[in-house]
Design a binder for this molecule. Sequence first.
Ligand code: 5GP
Ligand code: ZN
Length: 117
Amino acid sequence: MGPGNHCLFCGIAKKEIPSTILYEDSELVAFNDVSPKAPVHVLIIPKKHMDDHLELHEQDCALMGKAHLLANRLAKDLKIDRDGFRLVVNCRQRGGQTVNHLHMHVMGGRDFHWPPG
Ligand code: 5GP
Ligand code: ZN
């Protein structure tokens, strides 16, 4: 994505596009999915734009580690930790990615099937 191209999740991170933000720090934002597929459905994004999971590099290891710790914290706060939850990162077309800014789904409050559809 080049400069000048509009990115929905960059817009959410900059609060140009409204969302229900549950957590924010200098590197990460967590907000409710606008079309939840489970009783708890939160998206965690890096503020820095990355198109997808394949854009991660060595220098992003700490960032992604923090994203996973944030997922745990949200799971506890939203009380889906005891029963369990699912983390999902869809990547590119066959992975079902529809928004091209890297994001992690934190989903809970119901049973999930395996393998996923
Ligand atoms: P993907 O399919 O790319 O893995 O996930 C994109 C997610 O973003 C979907 O679950 C979709 O419901 C969510 N989404 C799409 N547009 C918006 C929006 O404008 N606001 C919020 N909060 N979520 C969105
Ligand atoms: Zn973006």
